[in-house]
Every structure is written in structure tokens, then in C-alpha cells.
Write a protein that binds this ligand. Structure first.
Ligand code: HEM
Length: 333
């Protein structure tokens, strides 16, 4: 039926077909936003009522932070006044599985809320790797969507993983880091990095981009690889409780200072090792606390004190939005 109408219908159907083919292969399926990022986490890890959509397994703790003059030289934030400020903490296992085994490779998390004078707060969530999984929210959404198990096989489709990896190879530094790094013997014996860059402004108005890291004063300790299989699968909360009941676990707060040209918008690229590092304070973890002390908090990295501002890293706004979405879902369940 080669009528004009028939040809138009065929052309329209062909165009629709093309559009849907494009939609099916678009990576990620749509631009990332706060909601689809949380949907993406749920797609990979399932929906676990009441739990964080990432860092689902974790434990609350409390402690204090004392900043120092080296910190005050970089930022006028009151956290560097030299006076102890109370800190609410949460240690966690990366990912949205509340039953994730603790003797497996992967990132650990250290989140903190500093309660500063005059009602100011500083919130942060750090991971035990210097890099995040993706440089951009779109890259992270692509990473998650590719890992969503196929309903038929209950496994991710390797072709989708390969296609996402080809478009966003920036997940590799973190993956390689995790593969070569041991499994922490304790939440208190591993480094934690902020990964995102922030802008520090001192009392004279001088600005400096920096990234932070928490370094355990007692050193890093990992479970030997040949002991992992027989190691307890759940131990981290009790281990930390026992440890801090003897003596506080302390971390140096170290700032790595950017030089001109160092990228401040890409948490998958490390700055050169020779960049100056400054110990700007010390965190003391003094007690493991009841879940009610941190469950209500979402550690939004855009809650910053005067003297510290966000960089141009696009992950920061995406984090703020998706942490709020996750918090809304878990507290409503
Ligand atoms: C676009 C990028 C990211 C997305 C979409 C994302 C998403 C999330 C979500 C939804 C939560 C749960 C929040 C809650 O329910 O309170 C979470 C927790 C967490 N995230 Fe992210 N995240 C991103 C990037 C990062 C980065 C760059 C880091 C660290 C360098 C990080 C570290 C953590 C940690 C440690 C937790 C657990 C915090 C806690 O104990 O409450 N995330 N993330």
C-alpha cells in the first residue's frame, strides 16, 4: 500500500523506532538528578526499608576535633580555633546493602558532623580511597544503571557494564585502588579521603583549594589476604567499641594543597604526590554510640562553615540532593 498516507506512517514508525533505539542505548538513560541517582543505588542494591541507600551498614560514634594554627592559617573557620568541638560520627561499609560482609574488599566510610560555636555545622562523608567512582553525576548514574541485575539472570549484563565503562572510564582509579588495597582490620585503622576539593579562605581573605584526608595516628592495619576467607563477616562495630573503650582512636586531619592548574572538579584524579600537606587538626573518636545519635543525619557535604566553600566539582550538588532524597525515603519507611 504505497499511498502517501501509508508512506508517512512507515516514515513515522521508522522515526519512532530510531528514537526508541537511541533511548534504549543512551548512557546513562537520562541526565542524572537527585532522584534517579538514588533509584540507581536501589537498582543495584535493592530497597532496604529504613537504611541509607549508600553506606547502609554502619555504626554511630562520638568524639571531638581540635583544629590548630596551621589550619587557621588556611581558613578562618571556627573549627581551627584550637578549642575542642564535639563531633558526631558514622563509620560505614560502602554501598546500599545493610548486610554487606565486613571481610570483603570495598570502601569504608567516615562521616562527620562538627557542631561549631554559634550553631554553625560542618558535615562531610569520606571514603577509604582517594578517588570516587565517577567524575560526574552522569558517569555515576551510568555506572549504577549498568550494574542493575537483569531480572531474568539476576546478574548485571556484562555488555552494559562494558558500554558504560567505554563511555566513563573514570571509575578505574577507584576500582584499581580497592583491588590493590587490603581489607581494614578496624574502622580506626584506615585512611579516609574527602576526594572532592574545597576552597579555604583565611582571615586575610587569601584563598586556597585543598582536599582532606583523615590519617589514623596508630597507623593503617589490614587483615592479611590469606585470612580473609575465615575472618568474621560482622565485626567492625564491636571491634571499634572495644578499641575506644580502652583508648580514643585518633586521626590526623591532613590538608593537601592544590597548586595552580590542579583540577578541583574531578574526584577521580589525584593531585601530584609532591603537593604540600598540612596537618590542620586531630579527630578523637571517644565512644561508639546508639544508632539514634546519627541515624537522623544526612551528611550533606555542602553544609560548610564560614571559611570553607565548595569547589566547582559537580558531584557536590548531586550528593547534597541525593543524600536528602535517600534520607527522605529511609526516614519515611
Ligand atoms: C554523585 C555522587 C554521589 C551520590 C549520588 C551519592 C549518594 C549517596 C547516598 C544516597 C547516600 C545515603 C545518604 C543518606 O541516606 O543519609 C550516601 C552516603 C554516603 N556517601 Fe555518597 N554519593 C556520592 C558521592 C560520594 C563521594 C564523592 C563520597 C566520598 C568521597 C561519598 C561518601 C559517602 C559516605 C561515606 C556515605 C555514608 C554516610 C553516612 O554514614 O551517612 N559519596 N551517598
Amino acid at each position: 500500500m504505497k499511498t502517501a498516507l501509508g508512506l508517512a506512517v512507515v516514515a513515522a514508525l521508522a522515526a519512532l523506532g530510531t528514537q526508541s533505539a537511541v533511548a534504549q542505548t543512551a548512557i546513562p538513560s537520562e541526565p542524572a538528578n537527585a532522584v534517579n541517582l538514588v533509584d540507581g543505588l536501589e537498582g543495584v542494591f535493592g530497597t532496604h526499608a529504613g537504611f541509607r541507600r549508600s553506606g547502609a551498614r554502619g555504626v554511630c560514634a562520638t568524639g571531638e576535633f581540635v583544629g590548630n594554627k596551621a589550619g587557621a592559617a588556611l581558613s578562618k573557620a571556627s573549627v581551627f580555633s584550637g578549642k575542642a568541638v564535639p563531633v558526631t560520627l558514622r563509620f560505614s561499609i560502602g554501598g546500599g546493602n545493610p548486610n554487606a560482609p565486613e571481610n570483603g574488599k570495598g570502601v569504608r566510610g567516615l562521616a562527620a558532623q562538627f557542631d561549631l560555636p554559634n550553631g554553625e555545622q560542618w558535615l562531610m562523608a569520606n571514603i577509604s580511597a582517594p578517588f570516587f567512582t565517577a567524575a560526574t553525576p552522569d558517569g555515576f548514574l551510568a555506572f549504577l544503571e549498568a550494574r542493575k541485575p537483569d531480572p531474568a539472570t539476576k546478574k548485571p549484563d556484562p555488555a552494559k557494564i562494558a558500554a558504560a565503562a567505554a563511555k566513563y572510564p573514570d571509575f578505574k582509579p577507584q576500582m584499581e585502588w580497592v583491588a590493590k588495597t587490603g581489607v581494614p582490620a578496624s574502622y580506626g585503622t584506615v585512611n579516609y579521603w574527602g576526594a572532592n576539593a574545597f576552597k579555604f579562605t583565611n582571615a586575610a581573605g587569601k584563598t586556597q583549594f585543598a582536599r582532606w584526608m583523615f590519617v589514623p595516628v596508630g597507623g593503617q592495619h589490614f587483615i592479611p589476604d590469606n585470612k580473609l576467607a575465615d575472618h568474621a563477616k560482622v565485626f567492625l562495630a564491636d571491634e571499634l567499641k572495644g578499641r575506644v573503650s580502652q583508648i580514643p582512636v585518633e586521626f590526623d586531619f591532613v590538608l593537601q594543597l592544590a597548586q595552580a592548574g590542579d583540577p578541583t572538579d574531578n574526584a577521580t584524579v589525584a593531585w601530584p604526590d609532591d603537593r604540600k600537606q598540612v596537618v590542620a587538626g586531630r579527630l578523637k573518636v571517644t565512644a561508639v554510640s546508639d544508632k539514634s545519635t546519627c541515624d537522623g543525619i544526612n551528611f550533606n557535604p555542602l553544609v560548610l562553615p564560614t571559611g570553607i566553600e565548595p569547589s566547582d566539582d559537580p558531584l557536590l550538588a548531586a550528593r547534597a540532593g541525593s543524600y536528602a532524597v535517600s534520607q527522605g525515603r529511609r526516614l519515611a519507611q
